[in-house]
Design a protein around this ligand. Sequence first.
Ligand code: GLN
Length: 287
Amino acid sequence: MLLKEIKNIYHLELDPLFPKEEVDSFFYLVIDHYLGLERFILAMQPNLVVSKENEDPLFFALSQLKQERPIQHILGKAHFCELEFRVDENVLIPRPETEELVYWIINEVQKGDPREEVKILDIGTGSGCIAISLAKNLPNAKAYALDISKKALQIAGENAMDNGVDIVFLEADILSLEGFKDKFDVIVSNPPYVRELEKLEMKNNVVEHEPGLALFVSDGDPLIFYKKITRFALSHLKKGGVLFFEINQYLGEEMKQLLEAENFSEIELRKDMFGNDRMLKGQLDPK
Ligand code: GLN
């Protein structure tokens, strides 16, 4: 079959379910993954033929997409901060908003002395995307990452290895963080923050395929993880150390107040590329 015919079939079957540009991007990710073909192949070779056996994975991927399985799960990988990460149903698929948080941290750390080691702790690391991207971009970083899920830690470990960085991984529950002797220059976390009431707004492919453990928090105390981590940061950040959070877009003010109440300074709330309150930074007194 001609590659352009397959592309048409993708659009026919998926356009009712997804925006057209998204269907385009699925198609090009799939042909890149299975056939090693570049995005611009159809412009260069409009009559390219795909052999019968090479068609099979393309149609298998299509059938999975129709069932709203995330493209990253079908291909087993996601891109984040220009790196590749393995993902499956045990970890959250890295989001572009989180890339913005990582670039913010890189920027802040780069203001310091590049010869001094910067100890970073990522709480609730999932696929490891935050810790690994920081370690990859900051040669003076020593990164630690923890998660409650053994299966997530397994994937994060593989991702660290694939990306050639050395990270200390630890199995721990955010709600009972104990026994850490180390103090850190930076603590970062993207804990679960989606309230039950917001679940209704979420897409099926997220709710049905991504781990609830990494996403949802009870409506009763939606800041429970942030409160724990903030208290932990008070005793485990070095003087002048910085705490970074990815946050629920509807709870920006509450989050700012939480850091103010614990006497953090230089508090800054930032929006993501979609214009939503999404990240927060606060610093511990340098004296
Ligand atoms: N931003 C993610 C989503 O909306 C949620 C991430 C999280 O709960 N930490 O799917």
